[in-house]
Write a protein that binds this ligand. Structure first.
Ligand code: PEP
Ligand code: MN
Length: 263
């Protein structure tokens, strides 16, 4: 169902009031984790002013350590809904369980399956039945074919609204958090009709590398970007080192404008 052979036209996925597809570059931006209502609201206004159309914010955080901040859960989803009401931005939140999906459908426009859950087949099926568009991140060590099979699980449940997100893979290199596999973008464009976006924030783990790789992703034909932005990266509860300040994010979207079909 994800295969381009049987569906040659590129898919366009509707997310709340906006779309992800070949005709525009969709920018999703926001904090790694929703921390407080004030934090989320200030970030929402800043990313909207800079050209983002989808607000990201994690309310269920799959952290490497069980002692790290795990997210505000349903309270965080409510803040996402408030931010949507106030700014008109579409919203996306990661889900890590069936209960999280049940809660998310009440508050956000799109759900995200994170890298760590890309082969959680029970969760993929539940996402396929949720009725919401799904952003499917590439697993930490997943091949492109494994990733496309994961997408197939969602679509097979009757949900064709899947967007793929390359977010870096595990390699021997340790100077960046992961290694961004930009070749995945043209490879996927050959194999599937699904939209493809790139997340240079989790791919690099370092804010300085986010902007050059975001531009490279657009040059490779990505349909969108997911960028972590924080009002105070030094004090972020998660992923501060890779988060852009408002100023840096605004500069990036400005630099992308000549290349991008920005909304
Ligand atoms: C995230 O987007 O906050 C996240 C945890 O990403 P990934 O699943 O790609 O690590
Ligand atoms: Mn993060």
């Amino acid at each position: 169902l994800a295969n381009k052979k049987f569906h040659p036209e590129p898919s366009v996925v509707q997310v709340g009031p906006t779309v992800i597809g070949p005709d525009n570059l969709t920018i999703m931006a926001g904090p790694c984790a929703v921390e407080t209502q004030e934090q989320l609201m200030s970030i929402a206004h800043a990313v909207k002013a800079a050209g983002a159309t989808i607000l990201r914010g994690g309310a269920y955080k799959p952290r490497t350590s069980p002692y790290s901040f795990q997210g505000l859960e349903e309270e965080g989803l409510r803040y996402m809904q408030e931010a949507k009401k106030e700014t008109g931005l579409a919203t996306i939140c990661e889900v890590v369980s069936n209960e999280a999906i049940e809660a998310a459908v009440k508050y956000v426009d799109m759900i995200q399956i994170g890298a760590r859950n890309m082969q959680n087949f029970i969760l993929l099926k539940e996402a396929g039945r949720s009725g919401l568009p799904v952003l499917l991140k590439r697993g930490l060590s997943a091949t492109i074919d494994e990733w496309l099979n994961a997408a197939e699980y969602i679509i097979a449940e009757g949900n064709p609204n899947v967007v793929l997100c390359e977010r870096g893979i595990r390699t021997f290199e340790t100077t960046t958090r992961n290694t961004l596999d930009l070749s995945a973008v043209p490879v996927l464009k050959e194999k599937t009709h699904l939209p493809v976006i790139v997340d240079p924030s989790h791919a690099t783990g370092v804010y300085k590398y986010v902007s050059p790789l975001a531009k490279a992703a657009v040059a490779c034909g990505a349909d969108g970007l997911m960028i972590e932005v924080h009002n105070d990266p030094a004090h972020a509860l998660s992923d501060g080192p890779q988060s852009l300040t408002f100023e840096k994010f605004a500069r990036l979207t400005e630099e992308l404008t000549p290349y991008a079909r920005l909304a």
